[in-house]
Design a protein around this ligand. Structure first.
Ligand SMILES: O=C(O)COP(=O)(O)O
Length: 223
């Protein structure tokens, strides 16, 4: 690829459609605690700040307690291990790679482009998603939401990837699906392309003013 030496990808909504099985895992956990279920639309709109934060939002919704209070509640501590088990059991059951993902990643690697994942998903969930979809060996670097003290839109993960591979921001690209990804890339002065099919909290990706909106990631092969 002439234009980029490093491409950083968001995970949920960019490489893998994960929302259906996240919904299943959340509802598995809620049911175990006798709580009402949430729906797919809610889960789609809560994706972006991490899988743990999504559980916090779900608990806030079904209990009527503010998210800030849920975050430090005993209930969260009790439900979290159940949710982790449920997520592990559900992972791969209703998630799938978006079209062209595998082929494009393989082709980029063959061209010598460095590939990274920069996701807000916590590492333990990131790993199962990458493993179950056969993606782990395709990435030179994986940065999860809990890798550093801050997560996207803080540019620390992107800055780390640039430094690790010695790539200038203008020779890198961030590919994502949300305003969080756009803000992260901008903060690191890296160009950003967005996909329209992911999770952007109900907003059109054009409103994030990306450098490009692309139909699928195979467009990278012509860049
Ligand atoms: O898990 C999330 O909420 C977000 O994950 P993403 O950063 O890969 O979109």
């Amino acid at each position: 690829m002439a234009g980029f030496d490093l491409v950083m990808f968001d995970l949920d909504g960019t490489l893998v459609e994960t929302a259906p099985e996240i919904l299943d895992a959340v509802n598995d956990a809620l049911r175990r605690f006798g709580l009402p279920e949430v729906n797919q639309q809610q889960v789609d709109d809560w994706i972006g700040h991490g899988t743990l934060e999504l559980l916090v939002k779900a608990l806030a919704q079904v209990t009527g307690v503010e998210a800030a209070v849920v975050r430090s509640s005993a209930l969260l501590g009790q439900i979290l291990p159940v949710y982790n088990l449920a997520y592990n059991a559900r992972c791969g059951t209703r998630s799938h790679l978006y079209p062209q993902v595998l082929e494009t990643l393989v082709a980029l690697r063959e061209r010598g482009v460095k590939l990274a994942v920069v996701t807000n998903k916590e590492g333990r969930y990131t790993q199962v998603v990458l493993d179950v979809h056969g993606l782990t060996s395709l990435f030179d670097l994986v940065i999860s939401g809990d890798t550093f003290p801050t997560k996207k839109p803080d540019p620390a993960g992107v800055a780390h990837a640039l430094a690790q591979f010695g790539v200038a921001p203008g020779r890198a690209l961030f590919v994502g699906d949300s305003s969080i990804d756009a803000a992260t890339a901008r903060a690191a002065q890296v160009p950003v392309w967005l996909l329209p099919y992911g999770y952007n909290m109900g907003q059109n990706v054009q409103s994030c003013a990306p450098d490009r909106v692309i139909a699928d990631i195979s467009v990278l092969l012509d860049a």
